[in-house]
Design a protein around this ligand. Structure first.
Ligand code: GDP
Length: 298
């Protein structure tokens, strides 16, 4: 992830080394290179435009100031702007005043929701919470079973529909799962929902119905960073459909070019909160915009 983007930005900065003052031509050339590198990394066009406009404004006329030469100043500006498009501050989970806190997961099939439910459950448990996973993906054969296995591995309890008892109705399962959590004093409920391979009206309506029934404290949109340019359209469809409060980027361990990670905050207005970086339960972390920016500019 980000390897190509990282290399190209580094090469661009290298060409500025040794300059005592940046001419307009230097800034033009630099901004052009940054623009190309971002577009080749699948960053959405409006994000690229905004980003390069700000870099141009801030870099124009950069000269030796204090201990920073112009090249270092440009790196600093790009770093600050990268942190900005990645969301600035780390956005942490908001817990309900009256437990249980309800976290609903939404996203396309294969995005990594079920895997994430296990990771989040384990992470919450590690932070002293008592989480319950609720299996509301009744669309995909075996999804309930997969959540049960994931929960077991994570050491986190799972609420799954009993055969015959409203088994086909995810809204009813979600409601009963939350009732179960209240009765048994779980303090966080993670609701796993169904996703199709593409955005369709029926899937979106189901997510909207679950949201209306359980009134989650946080809706997390789970986004596969590997889907490249489709990521932005998918994120917009979920924002306009079920709506969400934060994003979880999955498969950041893959060789995706980074466009989804760099675009989703700016395009949807919602922060990336967690990053999933592998198939193992521990491959999961809070998303820190400043660390991600440093990784890109490393
Ligand atoms: P769901 O349909 O959204 O519930 O997706 P799943 O949780 O079943 O995940 C789909 C596939 O992606 C599975 O094979 C997971 O092991 C895999 N997966 C999930 N998260 C990650 C990740 O962060 N990195 C990698 N490499 N694979 C992941």
């Amino acid at each position: 992830m980000f390897a190509t983007l990282s290399d190209r930005l580094t090469a661009t900065f290298k060409s500025l080394r040794g300059k005592g003052r940046l001419t307009e031509a230097d800034v033009d050339a630099t901004v052009r290179e940054i623009r190309r590198a971002l577009l080749d990394a699948d960053v959405a066009l409006p994000v690229v435009r905004d980003f390069t406009t700000r870099i141009r404004e801030r870099a124009t006329g950069a000269e030796v100031v204090g201990h920073l030469n112009p090249a270092q100043q440009v790196v600093k500006i790009v770093n600050e702007e990268l942190v900005g498009i990645l969301g600035g501050e780390t956005r942490r989970l908001r817990f309900a005043k009256n437990p249980p806190t309800v976290i609903m997961l939404a996203g396309l099939q294969g995005a990594g929701k079920t895997t994430l439910a296990g990771k989040l459950g384990r992470w919450l448990k590690g932070n002293g919470n008592r989480p319950l996973l609720v299996a509301c993906d009744l669309q995909r054969p075996n999804a309930v079973n997969q959540l049960q296995i994931t929960g077991e591995r994570a050491g986190v309890d799972v609420f799954a529909p009993e055969p015959g008892n409203g088994v086909g109705d995810p809204v009813s399962v979600a409601e009963r799962g939350i009732e179960h959590a209240k009765r048994h004093h779980y303090d966080v409920v993670v609701v796993d929902t169904a996703g199709r391979t593409g955005v369709d009206a029926e899937m979106m309506q189901q997510a909207i119905d679950i949201r209306a029934a359980v009134r989650p404290d946080e809706v997390l949109f789970v986004l596969d960073a590997m889907i490249g340019q489709d990521a932005v359209a998918t994120a917009e469809a979920f924002r306009d459909g079920v709506g969400f409060d934060g994003v979880v980027l999955t498969k950041l361990d893959g060789d995706a070019r980074g466009g989804a990670a760099l675009s989703v905050r700016h395009v949807t207005g919602q922060p990336v909160m967690f990053a999933s970086t592998g198939e193992k339960l521990d491959d999961f972390e809070l998303f820190h915009p400043d660390r991600m920016a440093s990784r890109i500019l490393d």
